[in-house]
Design a protein around this ligand. Structure first.
Ligand SMILES: *[C@@H]1O[C@H](CO)[C@@H](O)[C@H](O)[C@H]1NC(C)=O
Ligand SMILES: *[C@@H]1O[C@H](CO)[C@@H](O)[C@H](O)[C@H]1NC(C)=O
Ligand SMILES: *[C@@H]1O[C@H](CO)[C@@H](O)[C@H](O)[C@H]1NC(C)=O
Ligand SMILES: *[C@@H]1O[C@H](CO)[C@@H](O)[C@H](O)[C@H]1NC(C)=O
Length: 628
């Protein structure tokens, strides 16, 4: 100020007047202007005197709540004291130095946000007062948002309460801003109203409560809302966001939708059909079902689900669903529709029915049909094998093999759950016929052996089969298998002689025979057969010839003895044995000579040999040997 005065000569006299009072001291206040509650603040009062002074008094003041000045500290060059009984007595300390004094406030309170005055008095050297504004800050607590829990209807005429937001104990007063999907909501008449309530507690902390009122639309069902708190801190502004909330928006039903839950695809008779109906309003409206032809007859449904059990073709058609939403605009009827067809397949009808007789060589056409609402597929089969596609079965030139059960299977390709079947039994009438091509069988069998003869005859009506046996008397039937159109008979027969067995099959259509001609083979005794098995044929022949020769030789000797030409003695007996010795050939020759001489006797001897008890079968055995 002194410099300013020296600059302006015009104002010099005014300056000189003031000089007496203030120009001789300057006071500067520096320190912490902004502090958090609870922390310490330091304020320095700095002074400069232009003239030396022997006394300097420094006093600190604040204004009380009525604006009255209250001293809190006094000091001069000799002493320093805090005034008793003030709010600051316990919380401040003052320290002086050359050119200034520091006031320290601990545990800063909100009430410390005020002006602090520092009066410097140097008596004749002048006096001056400095002022210092202290600002105190307390960040608020995290905001708490509470949405309305009941639904908010879009039909409300005025903005409705959406949520409240509260942030507690902040200083200075925080602000609350509302957001919808990150866009701030500002007051707008009839659309957005924000009600704010401020509460100050005894310490001066401010709690802010804000209520958002907002006119909702259907789009708000997916929107989220939150509040943002902004507050001052030393040197800055900070913000905190609440969590986000969504609200349930109520809106009327404008449309109802119907859909079939089950079954998927085509519906067939017997299925359980489930139909769901849902209105697009919120909360979902109650609904009722009816059929198009009886719109006033309600069908029983639970929670929008209509269950039709065991549907028949009569259940085909259009179904309606009415929304019972009371909030619906204009009481306009909102109706949904759904149609479906119940498909069916009736039992198969086969013509001819059940069974049909035909004559051998005849032809027949059978048909199989089943009514259906869908395209069907028909296949004829016999004995599990497919024989014809289509509904017509054509049997040409029937044989016994034509007979049997014919099965027709009706399926619906587009709906595999539908199928039916039918069958017809075809009978082919005909005279008996042997299954074997050979109708005359020739065979040989050893005497005493059992043989099985089988006769397999077909025919319809089933033939009567009988056996006629000429020859061996010992036989019996051991097996008989009969079917509708066949008889198989097996008989076992003991061969004792040449036999003819005839199997006679007959029915009212005719007769068929099959005959077996058995030539019997006589038996060889067991012992001979064993030798025959062990030795060669040549040795056997030699032995047989030898036996014959021995018999012949014996009869010659007997003849000679009777005539008296040979004495009865030991030497004669030795001669009999000789043919078996090494001289056999010589003896034989001699005997042959003798035989020629006595022809009549020889024939008698041979007869005698034949008349012995040797079985005739020996000759057969020999024959067999030579052949084998
Ligand atoms: C609070 O709102 C008032 C009025 O709009 C404004 O002056 C003040 O700066 C705001 N405070 C904060 C912390 O944003
Ligand atoms: C809020 O949104 C969530 C997820 O989008 C949803 O599951 C919930 O039902 C909604 N709450 C309300 C009241 O609409
Ligand atoms: C003949 O048939 C019967 C009954 O089938 C059987 O027990 C027997 O062994 C058969 N005999 C012969 C020689 O095949
Ligand atoms: C077969 O039996 C039928 C009926 O019994 C008879 O008429 C026919 O003469 C018999 N034929 C023979 C070859 O036995």
């Amino acid at each position: 100020m002194a410099q300013k005065c020296s600059v302006s000569l015009l104002a010099l006299s005014l300056c000189l007047l003031a000089w007496e009072v203030v120009a001789d001291v300057s006071v500067d206040m520096v320190g912490d202007t902004e502090v958090y509650k609870g922390e310490s603040a330091q304020i320095r009062c700095q002074y400069t005197f232009t003239k030396n002074t022997s006394t300097i008094m420094v006093q600190w003041f604040v204004n009380d709540h009525r604006g009255k000045r209250v001293r809190i500290s006094y000091s001069d060059l000799n002493m320093q004291k805090l005034d008793e009984g003030t709010n600051y007595t316990e919380r401040i300390s003052v320290s002086g130095d050359a050119g200034g004094e520091n006031l320290t406030i601990v545990n800063v309170e909100l009430s410390d946000e005020r002006e602090f005055f520092c009066q410097v008095n140097g008596l004749s050297a002048g006096n001056k007062e400095g002022r210092f504004d202290l600002k105190v800050f307390q960040p608020p607590e995290h905001p708490v948002i509470e949405p309305v829990h009941s639904g908010v209807s879009v039909t409300n005429a005025l903005p409705s309460k959406i949520a409240t937001c509260e942030t507690r104990k902040g200083f200075p007063q925080p602000n609350i801003t509302w957001y919808r999907n990150h866009k701030p909501l500002h007051h707008e008449n009839g659309q957005v109203h924000v009600l704010t309530l401020l509460t100050k507690d005894s310490t001066g902390l401010v709690t802010v409560q804000s209520e958002l009122q907002y006119k909702v639309t259907k789009q708000d069902k997916d929107a989220h809302f939150f509040c943002e708190v902004s507050y001052f801190v030393p040197g800055a502004v900070r913000t905190i966001e609440s969590k986000k909330v969504n609200i349930s928006i109520h809106y009327p039903t404008t449309k109802v939708e119907m859909w079939r839950v089950s079954p998927e695809g085509l519906v067939k008779e017997g299925d359980t059909v489930e139909i769901r109906c849902q209105g697009n309003g919120n909360p979902p409206p109650a609904v009722k079902f009816s059929r198009e032809q009886h719109p006033d007859v309600d069908l029983t449904a639970v929670n929008g689900l209509l269950v039709l059990k065991g549907v028949t073709r009569g259940d085909s058609g259009k179904y309606l669903c009415h929304s019972l939403d009371l909030t619906q605009a204009d009481n306009k009827k909102v109706v949904g529709e759904l149609s479906f067809t119940v498909h069916f397949l009736d039992p198969a009808v086969v013509v001819p029915k059940d069974s049909e007789e035909m004559q051998k060589g005849e032809s027949l056409i059978a048909s199989c049909n089943a009514m259906s609402s869908l395209q069907t597929n028909i296949v004829w089969s016999k004995n599990g094998e497919e024989i014809q596609k289509g509904n017509v079965l054509s049997l040409q030139d029937a044989t016994f093999d034509t007979a049997g059960h014919y099965h027709c299977e009706v399926t619906v390709p587009s709906l595999p759950g539908l199928h039916t079947s039918g069958s017809v039994h075809i009978i082919v009438n005909g005279a008996p016929q042997s299954r074997d091509v050979m109708k005359e069988v020739d065979m040989e069998e050893k005497v005493g052996k059992w043989v099985n003869l089988t006769c397999d005859m077909r025919g319809y009506p089933r033939p009567t089969v009988m056996w006629n046996i000429t020859g061996s008397p010992d036989w019996r039937e051991v097996l008989r298998k009969e079917t509708e159109d066949s008889v198989q008979s097996t008989m076992t027969l003991k061969v004792t002689k040449d036999t003819v067995a005839t199997c006679n099959a007959s029915n009212n259509m005719g007769v068929e025979n099959k005959s077996f001609t058995i030539k019997s083979i006589p038996i060889v005794p067991t012992a001979e057969r064993n030798i025959a098995a062990d030795n060669s044929g040549v040795i056997i022949v030699v032995i047989v010839v030898s036996i014959l020769l021995l018999a012949l030789g014996g009869s010659v000797l007997y003849f000679l003895y009777k005539k008296g030409k040979l004495p009865c003695g030991r030497s004669g007996k030795q001669e009999i044995i000789n043919p078996f010795s090494s001289k056999e050939k010589n003896n034989k020759d001699e005997i042959v000579v003798e035989m020629k001489a006595n022809k009549t006797e020889e024939s008698g001897l041979l007869q005698g040999v034949n008349g012995s008890k040797k079985p005739p079968s020996d000759q057969y055995t020999a024959n067999n040997m030579e052949r084998s």
